[in-house]
Design a protein around this ligand. Structure first.
Ligand SMILES: NC(=O)c1ccc[n+]([C@@H]2O[C@H](COP(=O)([O-])OP(=O)(O)OC[C@H]3O[C@@H](n4cnc5c(N)ncnc54)[C@H](O)[C@@H]3O)[C@@H](O)[C@H]2O)c1
Length: 311
């Protein structure tokens, strides 16, 4: 199987490294010709600076799209029309209607379309998901997420809700195995062109709730979450991948092997194409995350809760 890497910027370099390690890298493509050439030479593959040139000259089965959010739809559309399997970084599209269109093209052309909701592949989330699913500490009633970092100056096209909070929106849906029916958010901007802080409340059935707090103001990186179950509270850190359970006065640390989520995510994309494993992130779920992000932005602008029907 041959995979093309589209976008070799800050994040895409990691995908390129992993594809090369797995011996699947076919070629790289980036509109920044210098970057493309450097990465092509580094991994001894052809490099391109337009998608048209890549599609015309290279034989490949699938592509990873790791370019700015505003470019996702058009790049993915062209690849899907050419019957390539496509992995698009999060959020799949800025506009949920465009995401629905992409999902339809993928279905019509019988190719895989998935999105980079990487925390589903984080071993810490996996541990928490198992505990919740087995109801080891009762029913999951509440989730709390904190994702904070200093401002990423290179992100110009979206604010923190579409860039950052979407990770936690997806993880909340994944852990609750449900979609929220109501969204309420407050957000604002201090230093960025778009919103750079947001607090989002997602309401699920039976009064279950996820509270998502994101900001680009805190100077250090914070990526933590807490799952409140009826009999215990589980705390975790997306970065250290540590999980602790607090029950009555006892604190238990769950020992877990640390793994690179991006490697697991790319491996799942490859396995899905080869029918070795089920697709973890479905296009429809990624579209729902965009719809929730749209609702959060609208709620913060209007100051009202937004009701959704995402079945
Ligand atoms: N899953 C995660 O944890 C995670 C982390 C960081 C970024 N991301 C996502 O990855 C994507 C890229 O983010 P980044 O931080 O690497 O940005 P970046 O600006 O560092 O890199 C983007 C690259 O895409 C190239 N590019 C732009 N338009 C292009 C086009 N039409 N065709 C080909 N190449 C094009 C740019 O030249 C640049 O090299 C975004 O969707 C972002 O949300 C995900």
């Amino acid at each position: 199987m041959r995979i093309a890497q589209i976008g070799v910027g800050g994040w895409g370099k990691n995908h390129t490294r992993i594809l090369s390690k797995l011996n699947k890298l076919a070629a790289v493509c980036d509109t920044d010709a210098q970057k493309s050439k450097e990465q092509g030479e580094k991994y001894s593959v052809n490099s391109y600076d337009t998608l048209d040139a890549l599609l015309t000259s290279e034989i490949f089965d699938a592509a990873l799209v790791v370019t700015p959010t505003s470019t996702h739809t058009e790049i993915a559309r062209q690849l899907l029309e050419a019957k390539k399997h496509v992995f698009v970084e999060k959020p799949m599209t800025y506009d949920s209607k465009e995401g629905e269109e992409l999902a339809k093209i993928a279905e019509k052309n019988k190719v895989i379309l998935t999105c980079g909701y990487i925390e589903r592949f984080n071993p810490a989330v996996d541990v928490v998901k198992k505990i919740v699913k087995e109801k080891k500490h009762g029913e999951l009633v509440m989730l709390e997420f904190h994702r904070e970092n200093r401002i990423p100056l290179h992100i110009k096209d979206v604010g923190i809700i579409y860039d950052t909070s979407v990770h936690d929106i997806d993880t909340a849906n994944w852990l609750f195995e449900d979609m929220p029916h109501v969204v309420f958010a407050r957000a604002g901007k201090i230093k960025h062109e778009h919103e750079d802080f947001a607090s989002i409340m997602l309401g699920y059935k039976n009064d279950k709730v996820a509270i998502i707090s994101s900001n680009w103001i805190t100077p250090n990186k914070v990526r933590k979450f807490k799952a409140v179950c009826t009999d215990a509270t589980i705390s975790s850190d997306f970065i250290s991948q540590e999980v602790t359970v607090e029950k009555n006065d006892e604190l238990e640390t769950i020992v877990n092997e640390k793994k690179e989520p991006l490697m697991l995510e790319i491996q799942n994309f490859l396995d899905t194409i080869e029918h070795k494993n089920g697709q973890v992130v479905r296009a429809k779920e990624a579209v729902s995350v965009t719809k929730i992000a749209e609702a959060a932005l609208l709620s913060s602008q209007k100051g009202i809760p937004i009701y959704l029907d995402l079945r």
